[in-house]
Design a protein around this ligand. Structure first.
Ligand code: ADP
Length: 454
């Protein structure tokens, strides 16, 4: 339970890791100091034994003199030399330390650790030396009291140091983890305040280059996208409601007028015709809205197949020919060679219908509309629809593909559009892997160009 927070877990891991390091390090120090003390003691023992051995090999008088000197000048020396069963020499410290008792046990090994009855630790080395007439036994000792004290000091320092170091590590780790994780808490608090209504808020980014900064930046980008799509949805809903209300209002007022007056059959028919016209407009609008919301939700079914663009254009021209003829317009198709593109014919056809419908709508009577299918220099398929309409200003060219955008609201509504046709067209082209562009000059007609990979 205590480890619920990342801060606690980080602190724990950090403390455990550091404790293991400290333990190993302390163990290493203890081991190293103890080994070097032992080696030093052994070396001393060896050297002293060798010195005495050399003395024993001298002539008897010289030997006694040298031993006496050794005992006199080196007060730290502790040794005993036996000549057979007689004691040849024993230092004062040997006698005072009660080291004679050492031989009470049957000590045969050359090196011993022994504690005297008064509790002093000794390290001893015994060596047998034979010369032609004598057989000596040298026993040299070293008082290890100081070495033991040093080791005890090391152990005490380690025992005090380890818990202190672990405590400092824990506290420091807890503080550092808290400091490092502080931006996360800030982000969580801020994210909790961001709602669908207040999507303009952003998470605080302290340092955009560290991990948390990058996370906050990514979240902020997501919030920005969410805000954008919420905003678009809100605008879409409000524009859609607005567009739906106009024909409904017209139907209602036409109906009221029809009811009020004492109409004859002819006037009634006119009222009904007008209502049907508005109903048609409503149906078209609802169809467009449905297409767009399905597109947004990704619910449109696609069945891509290799389609000849020229044949598809000819088919669409056939459908709209009647409308063009009504206005005395000439519709031409220029498709010299078959150009195949891998598209969903149904959505792509919708795009062409919208473009050609606009061309017919905006081109004055007796004007000319041309459809051309060709291959570009880069090897792309290009489909162009050129009309002799009023043209589109540069600033409007970038906006006509937006939903509900109409250049001249009154004029466009009269011809039945809600500003959704080109939005649907752009979606239909892009979903088929292509792009759409417009080239136009006011008063000089427009060319809508679809470019598709083949
Ligand atoms: P609508 O269905 O109302 O025509 P569109 O999305 O198809 O809506 O077109 C948006 C606007 O672009 C229209 O209001 C119209 O003013 C302008 N437009 C579209 N096509 C043409 C064209 N071929 N010539 C001139 N203006 C055009």
């Amino acid at each position: 339970m205590i480890l619920r927070t990342a801060r606690a877990r980080l602190t724990l891991w950090y403390t455990v890791a550091l404790s293991i390091i400290i333990l190993f390090f302390s163990g290493g120090i203890y081991f190293f100091v103890s080994i070097s003390l032992q080696e030093q003691a052994d070396r001393q023992l060896r050297e002293r034994t060798d010195t005495i051995e050399k003395i024993l090999k001298l002539g008897p008088d010289e030997m006694r003199e040298e031993i006496r000197e050794l005992m006199e000048f080196d007060s730290t020396a502790i040794f005993l030399v036996m000549d057979g069963n007689t004691q040849l020499a024993a230092t004062n410290s040997w006698k005072e330390g009660g080291l004679d008792r050492f031989f009470a046990g049957n000590k045969t090994t050359p090196l011993h650790l022994w504690t005297s009855p008064n509790g002093r630790p000794y390290r001893l080395q015994t060596k047998l030396v034979s010369v032609p007439t004598h057989s000596y036994r040298i026993t040299v000792a070293i008082d290890e009291e100081q070495a033991h004290q040093l080791m005890n000091l090391v152990v005490t320092l380690i025992l005090i140091g380890i818990p202190a170091a672990i405590t400092v590590a824990f506290a420091g780790g807890y503080f550092i983890a808290g400091h490092v994780l502080a931006p996360v808490n800030l982000m969580a608090a801020k994210a909790g305040e961001i709602t669908a209504e207040g999507l303009a808020d952003r998470l605080p980014v302290k340092n955009p280059d560290d991990e948390f900064g990058r996370l906050a930046t990514v979240f902020n980008q997501t919030f920005a996208r969410l805000e954008d799509s919420f905003e678009r949805m809100r605008r879409f809903t409000s524009d859609a409601s607005h567009e739906l209300r106009t024909p409904l209002t017209v139907i209602r007022s036409v109906g009221e007028v029809g009811l009020q007056e004492d109409n004859d059959v002819h006037a009634c028919r006119e009222v009904i015709a007008s209502m049907l016209e508005e109903t048609d407009r409503l149906t078209r609008l609802v169809d467009s809205l449905l297409t767009l919301s399905r597109a947004d939700a990704g619910l449109t079914l696609f069945e891509r197949k290799w389609t000849d663009l020229g044949a598809l254009a000819a088919d669409v021209i056939d459908c709209l020919q009647v409308l063009a003829e009504e206005k005395g317009q000439v519709l031409t198709l220029d498709a010299k060679e078959p150009i195949l593109a891998n598209i969903d014919p149904s959505t792509f056809r919708q795009a062409l219908i919208n473009l050609l419908d606009n061309a017919v709508k905006y081109t004055p009577p007796n004007g000319r509309i041309g459809v051309a299918v060709r291959r570009s220099v880069e090897g792309m398929a290009v489909l162009e629809i050129t009309d002799e309409g009023p043209g589109i200003s540069r600033e409007n060219q970038s906006r006509i593909f937006e939903r509900f955008y109409r250049i001249d609201k009154g004029r466009s509504r009269d011809s039945g559009g809600a500003g959704l046709g080109l939005a649907i067209t752009r979606w239909a082209v892009e979903v088929n892997g292509g792009r759409i562009e417009v080239e136009s000059e006011e008063g000089r007609g427009s060319t809508f160009r679809i470019v598709l990979p083949v």
